[in-house]
Design a protein around this ligand. Sequence first.
Ligand code: HEM
Length: 512
Amino acid sequence: MSFNGIVTNSSSSNPVSGGRVDLSEWVTLNYAISFILVVVSLIWASWPAALSKSKPMVPGVYVVGGSNKNEMKATAKRFRNESKTLIREGYNHTKGHEPFYVPSNLGPRLIIPTRYMEELKSAPMDKVDFVGTVHEVFEFDYTGVVHRSRTVPNTLISHLTPNLPKIMPEVQDELKVAIHEEFPPCDDWTEVEIMPCMSRVITRATSRMAGGKALAHDPEWVTAAISYALTAFNASQKIKSIPWLVRRLVAPWISEIRKDIPWCFSVAARAAIPILEHRERTGEDATDFLQFLKDNTKDGERENSFISHLLLMMAFASTHSSVLTIGALIYDLCAYPELVDIVREEYESIVDKDGNIPVGEFNKMVKTDSIMKESQRISPITVLTFERIFTEDKTLRDGFTIPAGSQIGVPNFQIGMDPNFYSNPEKFDPLRFEKLRNDPNRANKTQFVSAHAQSMSFGRQFMDQECKAFLVKLLTNYDLKFKDGQKRQPNVPFNNQYVLQRVPIMIKRRNL
Ligand code: HEM
C-alpha cells in the first residue's frame, strides 16, 4: 500500500470527520506514523549489535585509565592507536598475575593472565566463543563473513597436520614456480615492494595445499583469497563509523558489501565446485584440503557450494597472518644480514637435489626456527590473542567469575616483553629460543609451532613448514638487503592489530 493510496482511499470514508477530510493533517499523520515505523524497525534490527557493546564488568578489577564513565570513554578512544601502551600499563599494574580491564572500541576488554587461558582453552566454543569475537570485529551482522562452522579448524587438526608429509613436496614445488613467476627478474639489485609479491606466492602455496594445481594456478581465485579478509575488514571499518541506528539502512550500499564480498564468494564457488564435481564424476581421490573438507563435512555442510565457502574461510584465517609473519621475518633478515648466512648454512646441509626440505627434516632447522620465533615475539600480528566472548558466567578454579557478555584477551605482546620470561626483552636476540631449548622448564615452549600466548593457530604446523620452505626457496634464489639508509620500522598498534610497516627492499638474483 502506497502513501498516496492511503490518503486517497481514506478521504472518502473517514468516520471521525463526518465525510470532510483535511488532507494536510492526514499527510502529517502518515508522515509521523511512517517515521515511527522506520525508527522502530531500525532499532529492532540493530538492537542485538547495540546490546553487545554494553558489557558487564567485575567489580574491583583494575581499569586502565580509570573506571568512571567519562574516563572509560576517553580510554576507549585512545585504544585505537595506543592499545599497546594501555595494555602495558594494566600488565605492569597487576604484575601480569591478575585480570584487568582495558576500555576499547568493542567495550571494556577483560585482559586475563595466562593461567586462566590454560584453564579456558578446552572450554566449549558455545560458552567461550572465538567466532563471536571475529563476528564483532568484522561486523558479521552486516558483512556475513566467517561462518560458525567448526569444520575448518577441526579438519586442519584431524586431516591436514597428519598429511603434511604427503602435501609439503607439492607446496615446495609451488613455492619454487610461484617465486619465479611473481617476483620481478632482479638480475641486478632491484627495489621491490615485497608484500604484494609475497602475498601471491604464499597464497598460491596455500592453495596448492588446499586444491592442488587447479586451485593454485587459478589467478582469479588467488586474488579472491587475498582480498576476502581485506575487503571484509574495510567494510567493517566503514560500518563501525556509521551510527548504529542507521546501519541496517546504509550497510547494503557499502561497495564492499554490495559488490566485493559477493564477488569473492562467487569466485570461490566457481573455482572449487568444478574440482569437487570432477572428483565425484571420476572417483579421483586427492590428498588436499578440499578433499579433507568433503570427507569430513556432515549433513547440512556437504553441499559443494558450502565447501567453497569453507575454503574461503580457510583463506581468511591463513593468508594475511602468514604473509605478515613472513614479511616481518624478511625485514628482520634485512636488518640483521648475518642471519641470512645462518639460515643458508642450516638448510644447505638438509635440502635434497631439488632444493626441497625432505619429509621429517623440518625440525632440524633449529636456528631458523629460533629466528622465526624471535621475529614473532618482537613483531606479532596482534597485541592480544585468545580473544573470546563469554555466553554464560564462568567461575574459574581460584573463584574468579567471568560474567556472561565479557570479552577477554591475553596480552601476548606484553608477555613477550616481560623480563621475568625473557632476559633483556627489548633486544632482538635471534638465537634466544635455540638457547632456551636447553632449559627443561621452557623446552616445550621454544619452538615456532609451540602453542603459547603468541599463537594458538590451528594451522600452525602447516605454517611452520610453509614458512621454512619459503625461506629456503627465497634465499636460494635471491640476496636481500635494505636500501641504503632504510631501517627496520617497528610495527604500529591499531586497535588489537600490530601493523607491519611496509618498506621497499632491494633484491638481486644469485648467480649459483
Ligand atoms: C604465521 C601465520 C599464522 C599466525 C600468526 C596465525 C595466528 C592465529 C591466531 C593468533 C589465531 C587465534 C587463536 C586463538 O585465539 O585461539 C588463529 C586462529 C586460526 N588460524 Fe591461524 N595463524 C597463522 C596461519 C594460519 C594458517 C596457515 C592457517 C590455515 C592453514 C590458519 C588457520 C587458522 C584457523 C582455522 C584458526 C581458528 C579459527 C577458529 O577457531 O574458528 N592459520 N591463527
